[in-house]
Structure formats: C-alpha cells, structure tokens
Design a protein around this ligand. Structure first.
Ligand SMILES: Nc1ncnc2c1ncn2[C@@H]1O[C@H](COP(=O)(O)OP(=O)(O)O)[C@@H](O)[C@H]1O
Ligand SMILES: [Mg+2]
Length: 271
C-alpha cells in the first residue's frame, strides 16, 4: 500500500518490492533525506531514504551511505542494504530496520539515566574499528574543503547556528576554523553525525548505528563533540549537561578537551 502519490514514481524494482508495504513518513532527521518507515504484516520492517542529487556534497549522497554501510556491515551492527536505485536526479536507499528505538526517544529522566552506557558502548564499538582499514576520509582538511564549497554556493546560514556564535560573521567563524585547527588529530573511524537519533538502542543488546553517510577517518572528538551537543540540547530535555559529563566518564575520558569540543561543534554548524 504505497501511501503517497510521489512514491508511485519509485524506480521499478523498488516499487514492486514496496507495493505490499505501508509507508509512513519520518520527521526526525535534519538532513536533506526524506525517510519512510516501511512496515509489513509478516515481514521485517525496512526504511526507505530518498535524496535529490542536485549539487549536494558526496557525503550526503545515498550512493555514499550505501558504500559505507556495506563496508561497516562486516565490522559493527548497521542496517543491511536491501536495494539501491537512482532515477533521474534522485537516489533511493532501502535498508533493513534495526531493532530498538533511537536514543533521542526518551520520555522520562529515569529512561535517560539508563541509556548512556549503551550509547557509549555503540560509539566505542565504531571507534574500535581500525582506521587503517577505513577507505573513507572525513578529517578536518576534507571537511574544511567541503565547507568552502558550501560557503561559495551560499548554503550556510548563521541563523541556524547555536546562539553561542551569534553576532559573529561567517567569514570570522570560518577563519577561526582554519586558524585554530587542532594540531593533532586523534584518528578513529568516527560516525560523522553522532547525534542521539542516529544510535538505535536495543534493550535485548546488540544496539547499532544508522545514518552513516558521513562515517570516516576523523578525530574521535568529531563524534564526541556532536554526541555531547546532542545530549545537552534543549530538545533532549531528559538528558542534559550532567549526562554529558557521564558520557565522557563512561567513554574513559576524565578531562574532556573543551577546545576540541568547541572546534568540532563549530565545524558542524557549517553543514
Ligand atoms: N535502519 C533504521 N533502523 C531503525 N530506525 C531507523 C533506520 N533508519 C532510519 N531510522 C529512523 O528514522 C530517523 C531518520 O533517519 P536517518 O537515516 O537518520 O535520516 P536523516 O538523514 O533524516 O537524519 C532515525 O533517527 C531513526 O529514528
Ligand atoms: Mg539521522
């Protein structure tokens, strides 16, 4: 039962596959992807992601996410790629649903109190993969080069930046990123968008990661800065700053490197 008329435009193998599924639009992510949960009476659920190719940078393309999922599937728990298709300027990625709930979905302080060990263990699982084996680079130079293109194309708008940076011009903020690069990158395989909704917690164990288009070799703080920002964000009121402290302790960092946290949180604002 395809529920929306534009889904009738799905490329053929996908349309056939999904004819017997019910599609429900998901409005959690902040990326340019349109995401649907696809449920079936007797088959496991799937997720369908749709992205317009346009001039998007390659890390948000679903062809990139597909490659990364295939590489990661031999190393950690991630969704299985079921189908990929491109038609005209649109890419489609159909993946299995991970069992559980994304870590952003908590409805009480007690629930938020219980989740950090599992969150940290999922993130550490990825950071335990050898970066030497990882073919994807997401280091500072790569990201700064991408930011330059976004700035040139007018795709960055400070009105979406955290109030922490209010009153500063884009040029000043970008120059700061160029001048104040951390001297040493402590490279791991980092999520790239390590926010709570991209971590799927399974109460039966075996939690996993999703939304992996930006995974690659990067400083571990690239991930930890986004995760701590996500824990402290006002739209996640049941977590809060205290959980951020605990997250670092569980990760094994007694004294978090605040300069790196600030640096990577600012860098992230440009995406
Ligand atoms: N494979 C999956 N398994 C479980 N939940 C998923 C899966 N894919 C997407 N979701 C749910 O849909 C939300 C948005 O999907 P995501 O891939 O993160 O897209 P976006 O790029 O919009 O953030 C996720 O935060 C999660 O709640
Ligand atoms: Mg997401």
């Amino acid at each position: 039962m395809l529920s929306s008329s534009h889904l009738c435009d799905l490329p053929e193998p996908l349309r056939q596959y999904l004819l017997v599924y019910r599609l429900e639009s998901i409005a959690i992510g902040r990326s340019s992807a349109t995401v649907y949960r696809c449920t079936h009476l007797s088959q496991p659920s799937l997720f369908l992601k749709i992205v317009k190719v346009e001039d998007e940078n390659s890390s948000v393309l679903l062809s990139t996410e597909r490659k990364k999922l295939e590489w990661l599937s031999r190393r950690i728990i991630v969704p299985r790629v079921v189908e990929f298709a491109q038609a005209a300027e649109v890419q489609y990625l159909l993946i299995s649903a991970l069992l559980g709930q994304d870590a952003g979905q908590v409805s009480s302080p007690a629930e938020a109190q219980a989740k950090p060990p599992e969150i940290v263990s999922s993130v550490k699982g990825l950071h335990g993969v050898s970066p030497d084996e990882c073919p994807f680079d997401e280091g500072i130079e790569t990201r700064l080069a991408r930011v330059e293109v976004r700035l040139r194309d007018g795709k960055v708008n400070t009105s979406n930046f955290s109030s922490k940076w209010r009153g500063k011009s884009l040029t000043d903020l970008f120059s700061h990123l160029v001048k104040c690069k951390p001297k040493v990158e402590d490279v791991v395989v980092a999520h790239g968008d390590c926010c709570l909704p991209n971590i799927i917690l399974n109460p039966q164990g075996s939690s996993g990661l999703i939304d992996l288009g930006r995974v690659g070799r990067a400083d571990r703080y690239q991930a930890l800065a986004i995760l701590s920002g996500s824990l402290a964000a006002e739209y996640n009121p049941f977590y809060g700053a205290a959980r951020t402290q605990r997250m670092f302790a569980l990760y094994g960092i007694d004294t978090p490197d605040q300069a790196k946290i600030d640096y990577f949180q600012l860098l992230e604002e440009f995406f």
